[in-house]
Write a protein that binds this ligand. Structure first.
Ligand code: EPZ
Length: 421
């Protein structure tokens, strides 16, 4: 297993290119299952989760080839409908093959994904969406078994205890595009990744309106063709580099991203004293003044993303004053708190809120990465900390941040990978 080592307190300067969005690319790759023709996906990030999705597509009888950031997916004659435990258990997002499989093949057997380190992750909304379209569902031997003679359009309310669901919206939309008649998804997720998936489906010939709003309307078509698509930039990677600039008192230009996907993050960083401006060739980020505390509550898009909560917390650990960070999507997503405290941070938890008392400086320490975004938070903390930080279990980071050491080193950080004893 690899670990990352960081020698902190270097100001980051220069330009960084953001990769394609993992969470857009994953359902888009799953959507290729709906077509009988070749699909070409551009700006695909080279990440462990994408490699897992390609293995899953292969297991489902698709031929995949990757050339740089271009992935081509073609159906073969041996299409299958079983998504095995061994793949689904390594990546929860594998569940988003359920919609396209039932949509296209009228049958699917998908391993039931478990919870994960960020807390329980139910799939009731996925099942509600698919069954509303007329599929029979049962759970047998740890698998979701879905069968349908025919799928029909329906009016579906996809709201849960924590609001809308990104992948349940994706799954329902992917099943509905080949259902007979009209489907209305209410309380649909509005995340840019859902919009990107819908745009890809439209390119394949689907009839979808209202994506990007809580009301998505779909008119089923008989079949979908092949399509080419360029995946949107990763807004979470962008936000992470914004915080890298702020936490190191650096000056970074982020290339290839779209500020309109980050309104809530920009709003909170601006409140904290970070200057974010669109310049020729990118988004420039640097401190405008001494940082001040900010209270943050995570919410579905366009609210502050849960996938940026841990990174924002790292910034607040070195911001004088008290910040309150409340998690409304995954109330248990605080696994990074104890690790940040090992680095000298002063954070205590009160239910689903973290009270952060800013200190002058973090001190480098051996810490353990637990989930993807918690790992990113530890990297950010390590960049700001005095001395050496060793982050073990770095494979979590490889799931979602393309070439992170190369990108950070180019900005002037000192970060490298070592084998763990
Ligand atoms: C997506 O997960 C992302 N993953 C997550 O990113 C992200 O944290 C999350 O959306 C929220 O933005 C991918 O896109 C691959 P949800 P998803 O269903 O779709 C509850 C990362 O670090 N819920 O929108 O699985 C759920 O428990 C990852 O890149 C139900 O109650 O998340 C949560 O409280 C981690 N029933 C809320 O909805 C359901 O059937 C939102 O989750 C489904 C979800």
């Amino acid at each position: 297993m690899d670990k990352l080592v960081i020698e902190g307190t270097r100001r980051l300067k220069g330009a960084v290119q953001v990769s394609g969005a993992k969470n857009a690319c994953l359902p888009i790759l799953a959507a290729t299952l709906l077509s009988d023709e070749k699909c070409v996906i551009r700006n695909a990030p080279a990440l462990r989760d994408i490699a897992t999705m390609l293995r899953l597509l292969k297991a489902l009888g698709m031929k995949t080839t990757a050339d740089g950031d271009i992935i081509t997916v073609e159906p073969t004659k041996g299409r299958k409908y079983l998504a095995p435990y061994k793949l689904v258990s390594t990546m929860r997002a594998s569940v988003c093959v359920l919609g396209p499989l039932i949509g296209k093949m009228r049958q699917a057997e998908v391993s039931f994904p478990g919870g994960c380190i960020i807390g329980p992750r139910p799939i009731d909304l996925h099942l509600k969406g698919i069954s509303s379209l007329g599929a029979d569902l049962s759970i047998k031997k740890g698998y979701i078994i879905a069968r349908a003679k025919e799928l029909h359009g329906s009016r579906i309310y996809l709201g849960g205890h924590f609001g809308s669901s990104v992948l349940a919206t994706a799954n329902t939309m992917m099943a509905a595009v080949l259902a007979k008649g009209h489907t209305l998804i209410e309380n649909a997720a509005c995340e840019p990744e859902v919009q990107d998936l819908a745009n890809f489906l439209v390119r394949m010939g689907a009839k979808i309106k209202g994506h990007g709003t809580p009301r998505i309307e779909i008119t089923g078509v008989k079949k979908l063709g092949g399509a080419e698509h360029t995946v949107i930039a990763d807004r979470i990677e962008t936000g992470t580099y914004m915080i890298a600039a702020a936490i190191t008192d650096g000056d970074i230009t982020i290339k290839g991203s779209r500020l309109e996907h980050l309104t809530a993050v920009v709003d909170k960083l601006t409140e904290a004293g970070v200057g974010i401006t669109e310049v020729k060739g990118g988004i420039r980020v640097r401190r405008k003044r001494n940082l001040s505390p900010a209270d943050v509550t995570t919410l579905p898009y366009p609210g502050f993303p849960t996938d940026m909560q841990a990174q924002m917390m790292s910034l607040m650990t070195v911001t004088k004053g008290i910040s309150v960070i409340t998690e409304k999507i995954y109330p248990d997503r605080f696994i990074h708190v104890s690790e940040l405290n090992r680095m000298g941070a002063e954070i205590h938890l009160e239910g689903a809120s973290a009270i952060v008392k800013g200190i002058k400086a973090l001190s480098g320490a051996p810490v353990m990465a637990s989930d993807l975004r918690a790992s990113a938070a530890l990297v950010l903390a390590g960049l700001a900390a005095e001395g050496r930080t060793d982050i073990s279990r770095v494979y979590h980071l490889d799931r979602g941040y393309e070439k992170i050491e190369q990108k950070l080193n180019k900005l002037g950080a000192k970060i490298w990978r070592e084998k763990e004893e």
